[in-house]
Design a protein around this ligand. Structure first.
Ligand SMILES: O=C(O)C1=C[C@@H](OP(=O)(O)O)[C@@H](O)[C@H](O)C1
Ligand SMILES: C=C(OP(=O)(O)O)C(=O)O
Length: 435
């Protein structure tokens, strides 16, 4: 399916509630499946990635039911069996499950195979295989890539200094550490999202302060819990960018997660001169959540401090789209990690921006974007949800239409994206492919 976007003639306006947080939903599916009892989860993200993780836990024996917008997960009894688990497009699902499964005592003697789609099968898994193997895990791979075949083994804790800030690596090790002998401690080179650390205590697991790292001691029994998943700031950032880019817009964003380990996009918007008011702040359960008002009053280019990159790692495609619509030059450095996401996001965004007439130069670890004129044209999502949504947002301020081919990949993280944008006044429509 392709998505056609017309420049909007009127400001965007209204109140908007983002879908549930993807990172937290993955973690809740896994921890709920491990915990004894029934966990009740409100706001779980209904999207392809999180459904894949939930389905994997169900095929490992967790009971999952859904009613009245809540899911109930009854866990604590993983079933042995030789199974193939399909994680689709989801790096988080594959890496966290690999960590969780690699030491499960009830699965020793069996082999679990983790597979994914073409994009996921090209992404590096050696970053988890190496430290998990150090703990005693046995994980086969195709030269460090999926499919992964996991033969659960008794594990021992390690102290691991991570070479890159990655919440997926950190979480894979902490999940493995839940059943390892002794303490497992991870030390990051810089902060990455800390949802796993916030959730573990809610499921009855004490964290170890391994300053400057964080850890767990093996053997804790997880207990079911009730919690509400906040709205996803990464998904909301597409709508926020649209409101910032279309002059005169005012959009209120409700119930959005404001965890400081992943609010880099708010820092970037602020440094671009974008006006985002914090109307309220509260802590819902374990995570800070708030209500924001976003105003379309213009943006200017900036040099993004490399230290902010891990705090906004998934927002770079939309930041690049904002930079294209901003006045002046934006410089991105220290963002090589973007090359190993669902697509090579530096290459693909630079190609897409150039295709719609933006003056952009790709660099080995970033890009230089000179904002101003966006002519319009046809681009391909490269099977990457965030590329599709970023280019769709840019279509709102482009001279001619932007057409995004293979935009159905939006389903990966945000199936309601087009409906939400249209409800706020955007002009975008699905078109069937020609053939
Ligand atoms: O832990 C998580 O939920 C995520 C961590 C990030 O990946 P890395 O850990 O590879 O940086 C991010 O890109 C991904 O969308 C979600
Ligand atoms: C990188 C992403 O997800 P994952 O690594 O889970 O595929 C993303 O959602 O942008």
């Amino acid at each position: 399916m392709r998505l056609r976007i017309q420049a909007t003639s009127k400001p965007l306006a209204g109140r908007y509630c983002p879908p549930g947080d993807k990172s937290i939903s993955h973690r809740v599916a896994i921890l709920g499946g491990l915990a004894r009892g029934t966990s009740v989860i409100e706001g779980f993200l209904e999207a392809a990635d999180t459904r894949a993780t939930l389905a994997a836990m169900a095929s490992l024996g967790a009971e999952v039911t859904e009613s009245e917008g809540r899911i109930r997960i009854t866990g604590g009894r993983l079933e042995a069996g030789n199974r193939t688990l399909d994680l689709g497009n989801s790096g988080t699902g594959m890496r966290l499950l690999a960590g969780m499964l690699s030491g499960r005592p009830e699965l020793i003697g069996h082999t679990l195979t983790l597979i994914g789609d073409e994009s996921l099968s090209a992404r590096p898994m050696d970053r988890i295989i190496r430290p998990l193997s150090e703990m005693g895990a046995r994980i086969g791979s195709r030269e460090g890539r999926a499919p992964l075949s996991i033969e659960p083994q008794a594990l021992h804790g390690i102290r691991y200094a991570m070479p890159v800030a990655s919440a997926q690596v950190k979480s894979a090790l902490l999940l493995a550490g839940l059943v390892a002998d002794g303490a497992t401690v991870v030390v990051e080179p810089g902060p990455s999202r800390d949802h796993t650390e916030r959730l573990l205590p809610a499921f009855g697991v004490d964290l170890l302060d391994g300053a400057p790292g964080v850890g767990v001691r093996g053997g804790a029994e997880l207990r079911a819990t009730e919690l509400r998943v906040p709205g996803d700031l990464s998904s909301a950032s597409f709508v926020m960018a649209a409101a910032l880019m279309v002059p005169g817009s005012r959009v209120e964003v409700d119930n959005v997660g404001l965890n400081p380990t992943r609010d880099g996009v708010l820092r970037i918007i602020d440094a671009m001169g974008g006006r985002v008011e914090r109307l309220s702040d509260e802590t819902v359960g374990l995570e800070p959540v708030g209500r924001l008002a976003v105003h379309g009053e213009g943006l200017r280019g900036l040099e993004i401090p490399p230290a902010w990159v891990p705090l906004a790692i998934d927002e770079f495609p939309i930041v690049m789209a904002m930079a294209a619509a901003a006045e002046g030059e934006t410089v991105i450095r220290g963002a090589r990690e973007l090359r190993v996401k669902e697509s090579d996001r530096l290459a693909v965004m630079c190609e897409a921006l150039a295709a719609v007439g933006v003056d952009v130069t790709e660099t080995p670890d970033g890009a230089v974007i000179r904002g101003g004129r966006v002519r319009g044209g046809r681009v391909d999502s490269h099977g990457d949800h965030r590329i599709a949504m970023s280019m769709a947002v840019l279509g709102l301020v482009s001279e001619g239409d932007i057409v995004v081919e293979r935009a159905q990949w939006i389903e990966t993280s945000y199936p309601g994206f087009v409906d939400d944008m249209v409800a706020l006044g955007a002009d975008m429509q699905w078109e069937a492919d020609d053939d």
